[in-house]
Design a protein around this ligand. Sequence first.
Ligand SMILES: Nc1ncnc2c1ncn2[C@@H]1O[C@H](COP(=O)(O)OP(=O)(O)OP(=O)(O)O)[C@@H](O)[C@H]1O
Length: 364
Amino acid sequence: MTLRFSFKHQFDNQSFVIQGEIPSKGVTAVFGRSGSGKSTLLNVLCGLLSPDRGEVTFKESRLLDTEQGINVPVWNRKIAVVFQDARLFPHLSIFDNLLFGSQSKAQNERFKELTTLLGISHLLDSKPNKLSGGERQRVAIARALLSDPELLLMDEPLASLDLPRKREVMHYLNQLTDKIDIPIVYVTHSLEEIMHLADNLLVLETGKVADFGTVEHVWNGDSLALWQEGEQHSALLTAKVSERHPKYAMRKMKVAGHALWVPDQQFENKHNECMRIRIDARDVSVTLSPVAGSSIRNVIPVQLIDIEKLNDHSCLLTLALNEELALKSILTQWATDELKLQKGNRVYAQIKGVSFTQQNLATH
Ligand SMILES: Nc1ncnc2c1ncn2[C@@H]1O[C@H](COP(=O)(O)OP(=O)(O)OP(=O)(O)O)[C@@H](O)[C@H]1O
């Protein structure tokens, strides 16, 4: 673990007792309801807020220790922050914005690498007002990284963009996070961003850490239940890209020793790579035996390990693929009764092909 924090702070109407550790690699998403303390945590990490009591240690050096009177100022922490709005200087070109406050020279390899990775090389002579919101945000990310930080904090960097722009910047961020080797702490309200970008997930609830772990672990646990109400339940699994179907444009994905067939989408170069796959509970149905003559290609033997009543008419089933991984399925109470489903039953999960859209697969 590279970044450790433990602090207490009291605002007029809200107290925070937040402690945790963030690994030295990858993207750690910070998620939680409005007011749960996400920005407060970021502000303490970068030094914009001095908490009442606490400590922050980064790579064994103390950035904050209220007992010892240590509080390294923002500009000496080697931490860069990207905010929701790009905060570019309107009168400067993109080139000058990028070099503002940076040690790097334009010829510098790093400059070339970052502007290429973020797809902004062709924008260097423009002024910020000529750029789209997504492009401005990509410039802001490049500028943050050109200050050679050892830690990057991002506070809802996509929140002010419309959906197509969000996806555009997410695509660039995805490539970037594979290439840069500093840890990123990424505040977001979006499960889609988490699925596509994050390795770890820290969930805050009313000023406290409610959960922390790999994205898959936290996603499939209970702490995201508020965000996955009713029809929105899903399971997030890791799948290995395997062979293409000899006749049809379908690709085999291996999940927990089972094969899932999904529409083949730009997977040629990804053989044997792992991807994330989100399977929505509404796309999973249950049969007591494999049905002959069904149109559904994906039929997997599972064990029913939990039945939860969602409302008057539907139930949420948890279907174990193995000891660690499970699918979720939403069935009507009627079907659950008629099939006499009970915990422990061995049944078959049928997964509809519609579950495998581009949005449900992440090259993470
Ligand atoms: N400077 C401040 N002065 C007084 N109270 C504050 C201050 N900053 C934050 N708070 C309080 O702390 C709470 C948590 O704020 P914070 O910005 O950390 O939440 P958040 O999880 O980032 O919320 P959001 O998702 O809405 O940005 C706020 O609801 C507010 O009540």
